[in-house]
Ligand binder design. Structure first.
Ligand SMILES: *Cc1c(COP(=O)(O)O)cnc(C)c1O
Length: 393
């Protein structure tokens, strides 16, 4: 027996259950088509909603910034890692989102780990949607606050838990995903806002999949619902629709100022790199100039989802371009994904623990870069594999 035998056993068990992550290697830039493990296939699983990940304007901006400012920040933000580009990006993000201030992080994951423990601690309580993203869950755990999970998107459950528990704690925070990344449904933010006001609770929304997707020209979930000034803090990512990598916290200036003092990933992990920041600035410019990309994303999503329904697939209750194709058991989802790849379509299976057991699925991510022809080819592959595996008739 060696002391790592248990790890091998766990890995073998994952493989048997169809839950092992087989990681594909991409040999091309992001786009509607990718080279995956050496083969050119239709891309249905990137978060590259607007096609910005390989947009010529972003690539050019990143190159220019490399020549002017170099590659690395060489420090955390609070020491020597805050460049003029970082400050400019934060000003522009705040203006774009219509909030007082914004602060960038190395990733959306880090933005959550920074924000939640800065807002609540051991004497406090967090009311968290049961299906919140892993980075919210980890941020909640790091804070040391009592965590109470309410039923998914259920404001009655939220209010019941608040009534039963709030009085035992110093402060409370409500935290929810804006768009739930595995199902594509949207949090009932107006009702949650009312509850936050009624009980005087801090309200935080993680808009990772709403940034660049929801609201006017991709301004996010707060804009989508017209709730400007009513959400204390929005976490977002620059790694999805923005096409780069990074995180952002946007909201009241007092909260942003506090995060500069107490956000641990801000204080103890180096700043976003120069080319990432420059590319994000250009992404913002493109979003401000035109809604064309956002409009095309939504047109593609409406078309694809309508056709998938017509073919007889269960595509859940998504309200966004995220399109889950519900398959149930994880091995079936993995087989479906393998067969799709054989048919030239790259769409990964997602199983436990990312989604609950028995709710395995293929998650199709649509993008503004898909042409109608791309979508039709994808639909044909889904139809062929769906029939072969008895998922549709
Ligand atoms: C993707 C995602 C994140 C993490 O963002 P990164 O920038 O990739 O770290 C955080 N929250 C939610 C809801 C997400 O979907």
């Amino acid at each position: 027996m060696s002391k790592t035998d248990w790890i091998q056993q766990e890995l073998d068990a994952l493989k048997e259950q169809g839950l092992y992550n087989y990681i594909r290697t991409i040999g091309s830039p992001q786009g509607a088509w990718l080279i995956v493990d050496g083969r050119r296939v239709l891309n249905f699983c990137s978060n590259n909603y607007l096609g910005l990940a390989n947009h010529p304007a972003l690539v050019a901006a990143a190159k220019r910034s490399l020549d002017e400012m170099g590659v690395g920040p060489a420090a955390v933000r609070s020491i020597a890692g805050t460049t003029t580009l970082h400050v400019e990006l934060e000003k522009r993000l705040a203006a774009f989102k219509g909030v007082e201030a914004a602060l960038t992080f190395q990733s959306g994951f880090n933005a959550n780990l920074a924000t939640i423990p800065a807002l609540v601690g051991k004497e406090d309580v967090i009311f968290s949607d049961r299906l919140n993203h892993a980075s919210i869950i980890d941020g909640c755990r790091l804070s040391g606050a009592k965590i109470i999970a309410y039923e998914h998107n259920d404001v009655h459950s939220l209010e019941e838990h608040i009534r039963a528990n709030l009085s035992q704690y110093r402060r409370g925070l409500i935290v929810t995903d804006g768009v739930f990344s595995m199902d594509g449904d949207i949090a009932p933010l107006p009702a949650i806002c009312e509850i936050a006001q009624k009980y005087d609770l801090l309200l935080m929304v993680d808009d990772a999949h709403g940034e660049g997707v929801l609201g006017r020209g991709g301004r996010g979930i707060v804009d989508h619902f017209g709730l400007h000034g009513k959400v204390d803090v929005e976490v977002g990512t620059l790694s999805k629709a923005f096409g780069v990598v990074g995180g952002v916290v946007a909201g009241k200036s007092v909260i942003v100022e506090w995060l500069r003092q107490r956000g641990r990933p801000f204080l103890f992990s180096s700043a976003m790199t120069i080319p990432d920041v420059a590319a994000c600035l250009t992404a913002l410019e493109l979003l401000e100039q035109s809604t064309e990309l956002v409009d095309r994303l939504w047109a593609n999503a409406h078309y694809f989802k309508a056709e998938m329904k017509r073919l007889g697939f269960d595509i859940g209750s998504s309200e966004t371009p995220i399109t889950p194709v519900m398959l149930g058991e994880a091995p079936l989802a993995q087989q479906f994904s393998r067969e799709l790849l054989e048919a030239g379509v790259f769409a990964m299976a997602i199983g436990y623990p990312t989604v609950p057991r028995g709710k395995a699925r293929i998650r199709v991510m649509l993008s503004a870069v898909h042409t109608r022809d791309d979508l039709d080819q994808g639909l044909e592959a889904f139809q062929t594999v769906g029939r072969k595996l008895g998922v549709i008739s």
